[in-house]
Ligand binder design. Structure first.
Ligand code: GDP
Ligand code: IMO
Ligand code: MG
Length: 429
């Protein structure tokens, strides 16, 4: 298999994990390159439903090495719960200890990060981002402020203590005077770090340089993204975004192997769209049709249980996503969810509600999105169950027409079509 990166191409939850899991079969090494346990990835395999947050879904196979890369942030107690959850479904602890690796360079989410994420969201009131409150933003903030704790620091007590002498007085000022929260003693932080050291110890890969070189030179690699292009810190609907780079370019940085290791970038699009949390969403449907998409598509968050906002496919943001996401081909998921819709709409323009002007280039300032309404193209539904289709030719004519039009609008080929959550419910074109 050519080295491939799988990227969410909308607002996250596109079904990336299903696609990653499928492609992992032909990869030797699967590496997650950004984000943390804000992600919620569901894989249905062998009749069981697995919930992933940070562990690459390749772990379900017998002999694939899976790495949580340098670009990720780790909340060790969440990781522990995630691993225990997967173990309870039949994957052994020995398997995890053999195949799961953690980059020593990944940053650690401390309790104070989670405290400040929750607090910031509460004080922002109606301007809140709608984060997962996992501490992701504050962990990345500290990383870039050069006051983060990395996984490797947990294993070097002397260095950690010296680091804390610099970080903690600053952090405590922030906690007390900005957030009105309880400061931490050095002993409390050292205790927390010791707890985290024990959780990460079986997985931390201090031999990562040699191992990655071997994978880079001799094996096939799958890069697993979280979130989606429209939640990217640089290219998404800023500031209603996550704090990392889900775009394919993020893989070059976060997986420690650079951009020219990657041969293909698959963008995963849902056949319609969803969003969790706040922020503009031009094709959002707040009516019965939106509710129908949510109920049929089971659109509730894996991490927070929040109902996902639903709407029609937006070809304006999708085309932008192909460009800035660096996508070379597309996977289209949840096509089966549209089985019962007589009409299926696709936004092919944004119309200014005041002036009537129609634009077809994506406006990067999301505040302006509220000035626009979608210009829809209406497609006839196929009104039949496609969840058992195994080949492209078995799809109804109207479904083929819908796919062909999306391909045309995206400007890249749809090479994978998903018609159900199961591994088997996939059409490779
Ligand atoms: P991710 O975060 O991008 O990996 O996506 P999530 O796992 O959060 O959400 C996708 C949901 O849709 C999961 O519950 C999947 O099991 C499910 N799913 C994935 N592909 C399909 C599909 O083609 N059809 C249907 N009906 N469900 C799907
Ligand atoms: P997967 O990988 C959907 C959203 C949050 C919020 C914004 C910022 O399953 O696609 P954060 O906690 O990251 O600071 O929240 O990003 N968000 C996601 N939405 N899927 C995800 O991950 C998400 N991860 C974060 O809802 O709007
Ligand atoms: Mg998800």
């Amino acid at each position: 298999m050519k080295n491939t990166v799988v990227v969410g191409a909308q607002f996250g939850d596109e079904g990336k994990a299903k696609i990653t899991d499928l492609l992992a079969e032909n990869a030797d090494f699967i590496t997650r390159f950004q984000g943390g346990s804000n992600a919620g990835h569901t894989v249905v395999a062998n009749g069981k439903k697995f919930a992933f947050h940070l562990v690459p879904s390749g772990i379900l196979y017998e002999n694939k090495t899976c790495m949580i890369g340098a670009g990720c942030v780790i909340k060790p107690d969440d990781l522990k719960n995630e691993i225990e959850g997967i173990i309870s479904l039949g994957i052994t602890r020995e398997h995890f200890e053999k195949y799961l690796k953690i980059s020593p360079l990944a940053h650690i989410t401390m309790k104070y990060h989670t405290d400040t994420d929750g607090y910031s969201e509460n004080i922002l009131g109606k301007n809140k981002i709608g984060t997962t409150k996992k501490g992701i933003g504050p962990t990345y903030t500290d990383k870039y402020a050069r006051m983060g704790i990395r996984a490797e620091d947990l294993f070097d007590k002397k260095n950690l203590e010296e680091k804390l002498d610099v970080i903690l007085p600053k952090k405590n000022k922030e906690l007390e005077f900005v957030y009105n929260l309880k400061p931490y003693t050095k002993e409390e932080i050292l205790e927390e770090c010791e707890e985290y050291r024990k959780i990460l110890a079986p997985y931390i890969d201090f031999n990562w340089q040699e191992n990655l070189l071997n994978y880079k030179n001799n094996k096939s690699i799958l890069f697993e993204g979280a979130q989606g292009v429209m939640l990217d810190i640089d290219y998404g609907t800023y500031p209603y975004v996550t704090s990392s780079n889900p775009i394919a370019g993020g893989a070059g940085v976060g997986a420690s192997m650079g951009p020219i290791t990657i041969d293909r970038a698959i963008g995963v699009f849902k056949a319609y769209m969803t969003r969790v949390g706040e922020g503009a969403f031009v094709t959002e449907l707040t009516d019965k049709t939106g509710e129908a998409l949510r109920e049929i598509g089971g659109e509730y968050g894996v991490t927070t249980g929040r109902p996902r906002r639903c709407g029609w496919f937006d070809a304006i943001s999708a085309k932008y996503s192909v460009l800035v996401g660096g996508l070379s081909e597309a996977a289209l998921t949840k096509l089966d969810v549209l089985d019962k819709f007589e009409e299926i709409k696709v936004a092919i323009g944004y119309k200014n509600k005041k002036t009537g002007e129609i634009i077809t280039n994506y406006p990067t300032n999301p505040k302006t999105h509220y000035d626009y309404e979608p210009v829809y193209e209406v497609h006839k539904g196929w009104l039949q169950d496609i969840s058992n289709c195994k080949k492209y030719d078995e799809l109804p004519q109207n479904a083929k027409k819908y796919l062909a039009r999306l391909e045309e609008l995206l400007g890249i080929k749809i090479t994978i079509i998903s018609v159900g959550a199961d591994r088997e419910q996939t059409i490779f074109v």
